[in-house]
Design a protein around this ligand. Structure first.
Ligand SMILES: CC(=O)N[C@H]1[C@@H](OP(=O)(O)OP(=O)(O)OC[C@H]2O[C@@H](n3ccc(=O)[nH]c3=O)[C@H](O)[C@@H]2O)O[C@H](CO)[C@@H](O)[C@@H]1O
Ligand SMILES: C=C(OP(=O)(O)O)C(=O)O
Length: 421
């Protein structure tokens, strides 16, 4: 049933919130778990719809999947079959493309539809395909479906024109069984890539250089089972830190890795938010000081994450003066600005930048979550706004935020869902 999220804004928030396992890790760890010949247990799995879609896809491949506790997923690929992946679930999320690398690596053959996910402007997968070709795969595109074949993958040196997160992980998954050594140069360095490589190494893979731009994979013959705890979601953490910056009387964001958030924490300090940063938490208290404007430019990790740009823009509407947000990853990722303007913001978008003039009073109205992080930005704005904000297309938000309503309610927010009439 289609639902809207409603938020009655203006309430001060107080208490602690625990950050869940990383979405972008989880959605790659699940396809990676089928690579071995034994079961894998993953701990700290977030309750998000992307996980439901992936679980459905695993079951369609004959993989046994069981939720062993609230956040534990047991994945047993012993009876899996390499079937064409053409169901609706493939197009529900971006990360279904990881089955290309996983199936090609394991079986030498993959058949899969174009993936879905948030529309942020064009999101080509040419670098993934070029990487598979460099390992020896033959690729055809027929009737909306990619068909990849490689009876024997061979290690190679691959230079990525752009340090793509998806291409790095996908090529790494295919390369674990390739004959000889694969080197991915200009590899992405996001923490999620280290997390996937850590799981694969626990399964018996030989991957070195994780977290650097030169990733070395020495092919192995078989992978075994293991268990693995997912890293905390740095984007969810940043979202709650921004919510605290906007509305906290006093709020603690727990189960975080502060090193993963440095670019965001620095920018928050720059605009005047006082924080106490502990080994695995951030505590933010209310400030009456006027907030300063700033300039943000999204960059690959360790730069300012594009996935935090949208909720951060909501805060910038409250700074005194003009802030500038420049997107270098997805230059069209500005749909949230039109929605924030409906609430009273003054943002002028001239791609690839948004010029945010503040402070502006925000008022609740009917808005659309055009994508996942646009939705996060609207939640931050809704919590600050006068009156009730009604957010449509919340299925985008549910792809990436575990128990959003419950976590916010426990902090004192008035947020609820209603069916769409
Ligand atoms: C499931 C997942 O982890 N999603 C994240 C991942 O997406 P995703 O892995 O899709 O993003 P990439 O890192 O691949 O994209 C980075 C840039 O490279 C371009 N590109 C990418 C691949 C390719 O073959 N050709 C190409 O031109 C993209 O259009 C984009 O401009 O990283 C993005 C950038 O941090 C995040 O916003 C997403 O949340
Ligand atoms: C863009 C995102 O996700 P995806 O790549 O899964 O669409 C995101 O998490 O902000």
């Amino acid at each position: 049933m289609e639902e809207v999220i409603k938020i009655e804004g203006g309430r001060k928030l107080r208490g602690s919130v625990r950050i869940s396992g990383s979405k972008n890790s989880t959605v790659a760890l699940i396809p990676a778990a089928i690579l071995g010949s034994e079961p894998v247990t993953i701990y700290g799995v977030p309750h998000i719809s992307d996980v439901n879609s992936l679980t459905q896809l695993l079951r369609e491949l004959g993989v046994y999947v069981e939720s062993r506790s609230d956040d534990t997923l047991y994945i047993d690929p012993r009876n899996m079959e390499n079937r064409p992946m053409v169901s609706h679930a493939v197009s529900k999320l971006r990360a279904s493309y990881y089955f290309m690398g996983a199936l090609l690596g394991k079986f030498g053959h993959a058949e899969i539809q174009m993936p879905g996910g948030c529309y942020l402007g064009p999101r080509p997968i040419d670098l993934h395909l070029k990487g598979f070709e460099a390992l020896g795969a033959d690729i055809k595109y027929e009737h909306g479906c990619y068909i990849l074949d490689a009876p024997r993958l061979k290690g190679n040196r691959i230079f990525l024109d752009i340090s793509s997160v998806g291409a790095t992980i996908n090529i790494m998954m295919a390369a674990v069984f390739a004959q000889g050594r694969t080197v991915i140069e200009n590899a992405a360095r996001e923490p999620e890539i280290i997390d996937i490589a850590t799981l694969l190494n626990k399964m018996g893979a030989k991957i070195h250089g994780m977290g650097t731009s030169s990733l070395v994979i020495d092919g192995v013959k078989d992978l075994h089972g293991c268990s693995h705890e997912i890293i905390p979601d740095r984007i969810e953490a940043a979202t709650y830190i921004l919510i605290a910056a906007a509305m906290a009387e006093e709020m603690t964001i727990e189960n975080i890795i502060p090193q993963h958030l440095e670019a965001i924490l620095m920018k928050l300090e720059e605009i005047g938010i006082d924080m106490k940063v502990g080994p695995d938490f951030v505590k933010i208290s209310h400030t009456d000081k006027p907030l300063r404007p700033t300039e943000i430019m999204t960059k690959p990790y360790p730069g300012f994450a594009t996935d935090v740009q949208q909720p951060f823009t909501a805060i910038l509407t409250q700074c005194q003066g003009q802030s500038v947000v420049t997107e270098t990853i997805y230059t069209e990722r500005f749909k949230h600005c039109g929605e924030l303007n409906k609430m009273g913001a003054d943002i002028d978008v001239r791609i690839p930048s948004g010029f945010v003039n503040g402070p502006t009073r925000l008022t609740g109205t009917s808005v659309v979550a055009t994508d996942l992080r646009c939705g996060a930005g609207l939640v931050v704005a809704g919590l600050m706004a006068d009156g009730v904000t009604e957010i449509h297309d919340v299925y985008h938000i549910d792809r990436g935020y575990d128990n959003l309503d419950g976590k916010l309610q426990s902090l004192g927010a008035k947020i609820w869902r209603e069916p769409v009439e």
